[in-house]
Design a protein around this ligand. Structure first.
Ligand SMILES: [Zn+2]
Length: 102
């Protein structure tokens, strides 16, 4: 789980300690969340969104790793069949017609 706590804190001019006081946790907890080492409980996530006056999903977001790998696949730059080297962002090979499965 990734988050924008640090960014929001800067926008609201809050230190880690000040924020921790507002949501009743330790400064270390805020630090760990910001570093992505700790996923907050739903309750804490709610409290944080309330402090920043926004929705939970504005602060926390899940990076979809399967999407990541699809975009990596799209970076294939040569055809596995004929070796055509002009495959960037293409779904099929212009030379041999091989379709690249996404
Ligand atoms: Zn090809």
């Amino acid at each position: 789980m990734k988050n924008r706590i640090k960014e929001f804190r800067a926008r609201f001019d809050l230190t880690q300690f000040a924020l921790s006081q507002l949501v009743n946790v330790s400064r270390q907890t805020i630090l760990a969340i910001e570093k992505g080492r700790y996923n907050p409980s739903i309750e804490l996530a709610f409290k944080l969104s309330r402090v920043f006056n926004c929705r939970i999903e504005d602060i926390f977001f899940f990076e979809d790793e399967s999407k990541q790998s699809i975009s990596d696949l799209r970076k294939i730059d040569c055809c596995p069949i004929c070796g055509n080297k002009h495959m960037k962002n293409a779904n099929f090979c212009m030379i041999c017609g091989t379709k690249i499965r996404l």
